[in-house]
Design a protein around this ligand. Structure first.
Ligand code: FAD
Length: 470
């Protein structure tokens, strides 16, 4: 079958306006979940739209097996809604899970069916409405204002008109549809590969742990993977199993191997990657049966509903966070979150290497509000892995704890903008920071500075200089 690139003009259509919330959140991944909860809790009439029948994005649909670190190695950096959701998942995951992971804050395994229920409960209890099985495929824009979005679902096509729009699609779909400029991938168009994650049962963790101890190679099995690659039992590329997330002593989630050369904004690439990803799992399972003690009886119970996508669009926003900001651990006047996760760019093809750069333990940098403000639009904010950053910073910011933090900030800002009838650029940054801190977020040194301002009886909107970057 070939793709025929000709055009057809479709007849003009009159569409019903189906919803008129204050705030509409498009996408129910980590970003959108936190955004919807924050917007609703702060008083906005909020609607979350999600194409699937559950929330969680990559963490549930693509079976990404664990939450990346919430801490900088010394203390939690990501707090607020994101930390709360993760703790609620742990509590609901049962005694066996808790006996293994109760005190963990970093690389916490995702109990996917429990997490879906926690997201259902927390979002609906916040007062936000949820509309599943609904895809946004058109944005109605007039100048700097979004006038509406066209949604498509079993009920037909209709228009949602909101005051404020939050693009939490992970791919900046809305921003792209609205004509916001964006970058995609590296200079040569290279993108991080996708991974089809999966869950296995029938494992013997004790036997596996003994094997790790005896071989001294660590749980990611670099020696075993290399040996299998040399024997032709695994394809070239990723040199280890990353993120074996144990849910019990016999069940674990896996983020293993890569599918190269795919663009997650293209349906054809997603289709190819789904088929290739499932094919690769068959090979990986044969490898695990043959090479890894404790995995002889491994049984595949579930693979992702879609290939996991690490990287697509990065919008051009009012500020672009760059690698130097990361390395210098800069703080900004308008910080809405802190990030301490390392730069983690996966190889773009089987011959290249990973790009990894850690910050020192206990250190983090600020994430400015302006990164989420797309150029040319007033009532649209973009949060999550597609915010305005260079490629290395995207390789760090993209993980779920950060997405929760950015989502919480976007949702809180939306509620404030709805209340004061402004666009996102009209939001009082100091008031936003204070609300975020009061509602559990951690803004590092900024936190003390903001509270000092309040304690000194100054207006939270007063101009205060913090450091050389302010
Ligand atoms: C293989 C892999 C491994 C990873 N490992 C980790 C890890 O170990 N730990 C970690 O914390 N992070 C990890 N990440 C990163 C992390 O999972 C994602 O970057 C993160 O989930 C992004 O969150 P998000 O909410 O911005 O986007 P997503 O999770 O992609 O969510 C976007 C949501 O929007 C919906 N949507 C998109 N477009 C539309 C539309 N037009 N209409 C309606 N709905 C729409 C989607 O269905 C989806 O639910 C990994 C990612 C991958 C791919």
């Amino acid at each position: 079958m070939t793709i025929k690139l000709s055009t057809v003009t479709i007849p003009q259509q009159e569409l019903t306006v189906s919803y008129t919330p204050d705030v509409v959140v498009i996408g129910g991944g980590a970003t959108g979940i936190a955004a919807a909860i924050a917007a609703a809790r702060n008083g906005a009439d909020t609607l979350l739209i999600e194409q699937r029948g559950y929330m969680g994005g990559m963490g549930t649909a693509a079976l990404v097996p664990a939450f990346c670190p919430y801490t900088d190695g010394e203390k939690p950096v990501i707090r607020g809604i994101g930390l709360d959701l993760m703790e609620k998942m742990k509590q609901a995951s049962g005694d066996i899970y808790m006996s293994m992971h109760k005190d963990r804050l970093d690389w916490v395994p995702i109990d996917v069916e429990v997490l879906k229920r926690i997201y259902d409960l927390e979002v609906t209890q916040s007062g936000a409405k949820v509309l599943f099985h609904t895809f946004v495929d058109q944005v109605l824009s007039e100048g700097e204002q979004i006038q509406g979005i066209v949604i498509s679902n079993k009920s037909g096509r209709s228009v949602v008109q909101a005051k404020l729009y939050i693009d939490a699609t992970g791919d900046a779909d809305m921003a792209a549809l609205a004509g916001v400029p964006f970058h995609i991938g590296g200079e040569e168009g290279e993108l991080q590969p996708g991974t089809m994650c999966f869950i296995l049962s029938g494992l013997d963790k004790d036997k596996f742990d003994k094997f790790i101890q005896e071989t001294g190679q660590g749980g990611q099995l670099p020696d075993t993977v290399t040996q299998a690659q040399q024997n032709g039992d695994l394809p070239e590329g990723r040199k280890r199993i990353s993120g074996t997330a144990w849910l019990s002593k016999s069940v674990a989630g896996f983020n293993f191997g890569h599918v190269f050369g795919i663009d997650g904004t293209k349906a054809e690439d997603l289709t190819y990657a789904a088929i290739e990803g499932r094919k690769l799992i068959e090979t990986q399972l044969r490898f695990l049966h043959k090479y890894v003690p404790g995995f002889e009886n491994a049984h595949l119970v579930h693979s992702g509903d879609q290939i996991g996508i690490r990287e697509t669009r990065r919008i051009v926003g009012d500020y672009t966070l760059v690698v130097d900001d990361f390395l210098q651990m800069r703080t900004f006047e308008d910080d809405i979150a802190r990030n301490s996760y390392f730069i983690d760019i996966h190889l773009a093809n089987a011959q290249s290497t990973m790009a990894i750069k850690h910050l020192p333990k206990g250190q983090s940098h600020g994430v400015p509000y302006r990164c989420m403000l797309p150029q040319g639009k007033e009532n649209l904010i973009v949060a999550g892995r597609s915010v305005s950053s260079d490629r290395p910073v995207q390789g760090s910011l993209r993980v779920m704890p950060n997405c929760f933090a950015m989502g919480q900030a976007a949702g809180t800002a939306a509620a404030m903008a709805a209340e004061s009838n402004t666009g996102f650029r009209g939001v009082d940054i100091r008031a936003l920071q204070i609300t975020l801190i009061e509602q559990g977020a951690w803004l590092g040194d900024r936190e003390e500075a903001v509270f000092e301002v309040v304690a000194a009886g100054m207006s939270p909107t007063a101009e205060v200089k913090y450091d050389e970057e302010a």
